[in-house]
Design a protein around this ligand. Structure first.
Ligand code: CUA
Length: 305
């Protein structure tokens, strides 16, 4: 039902067209049913009359009416649809660019004008048009947030785009909508729409690199294979791009693209054995980490808000 409650100007124009078409169809249906019922009642045979009804062949005027009316309705709907498509695809000046990359099975969201990059949680400013470009790192995915009003595929080697202007604050759920392998179902998106000043504060925070402090957990991260796949901006050696950027992991609401809430206990369980939580995920288990190293690592990652 969320599709009927769009939160973007583009989605609103699609939903408005849907309701208008539904009203036109309902009107036509009512007309046809009305005529049918009228004919059944008015022209029914009197009781006892067993004679055949008069047989009629063709009625030019009627045939023209029932051909021309649906044709005219289709022409009207066609032009309404063209209008809606133009609204949905209209280029928005001064749009904030955001790049979406689909991976098996998570999302990168980066804000090229802000030097900010995050995963699985898309933040947008209310009332500001966003130019969303979509690409894939592996197979075909589809970016679907029902309340945006429509979806767009992410195709390897081809950049698709969509424009969205979110009109009210809130948190909106989305999914990957193109079967993309074992954990397709756990390729969730959370959209957080905030007033522009709140969005700006968030994006500036996300753009900040960390300052290395030599904390025990920082060393555990650098000395294990974490850094081959994950980046923590500002931390020497941590420049992997295969897995999600973890610079501000502590600020995210979920782990594993929605599969569990982001809590220290869940993060510990995830690092210990991600396959137990999300079978097929590309992250290997770190079963051999000592309890103290694990605690230090979890503290470190969660402290990066
Ligand atoms: Cu990605 Cu389904």
């Amino acid at each position: 039902m969320e599709s009927f409650n769009p939160v973007t100007t583009q989605g609103l124009s699609i939903t408005n067209l849907f309701w208008l078409e539904l009203a036109i169809s309902a009107l036509l249906l009512a007309g046809v049913i009305g005529l049918l019922v009228t004919a059944l009642i008015r022209f029914r045979a009197p009781p006892g009359d067993r004679a055949d009804a008069p047989q009629i062949h063709g009625n030019e005027r009627l045939e023209v009416i029932w051909t021309a009316t649906p044709a005219a309705v289709l022409v009207v709907i066609f032009f309404l649809m063209i209008g809606t498509m133009r609204t949905v695809n209209a280029e928005q000046p001064n749009a904030e660019p955001v790049e979406v990359v689909g991976h098996q099975w998570w999302w990168t969201f980066s804000y090229p004008n802000r030097q900010a990059i995050t995963a699985n949680e898309l933040h947008v400013p209310v009332g500001t048009p966003m130019q969303v470009s979509l690409d894939s790192a592996d197979v075909i995915h589809s970016f679907h947030v029902p309340q945006f009003g429509w979806m767009q595929d992410l195709v390897p080697g081809k950049t698709n785009s969509m424009w969205i202007t979110v009109v009210r604050p809130g948190t909106f759920d989305g999914t990957c909508n193109q079967y993309c392998g074992l954990q397709h179902a756990w390729m969730r998106v959370t959209v957080v729409a905030d007033p522009p000043d709140q969005f700006n504060a968030w994006v500036q925070q996300q753009a900040q690199p960390v300052t290395p402090t030599g904390a025990p957990g920082e060393k555990v991260f650098q000395q294990n294979t974490c850094v081959s796949c994950h980046a923590i901006r500002g931390l020497p050696g941590a420049t992997g791009t295969v897995g999600p950027d973890l610079t501000h992991l502590g600020s995210r609401s979920t782990l594993g693209a929605g599969v569990i809430q982001n809590t220290p206990d869940n993060l510990r369980a995830w690092i210990r054995d991600p396959q137990a939580i999300k079978p097929g995920v590309l992250m290997p288990a770190f079963a051999s980490l000592s309890e103290s190293d694990m605690s230090a690592l979890v503290d470190y990652l969660e402290s990066n808000k």
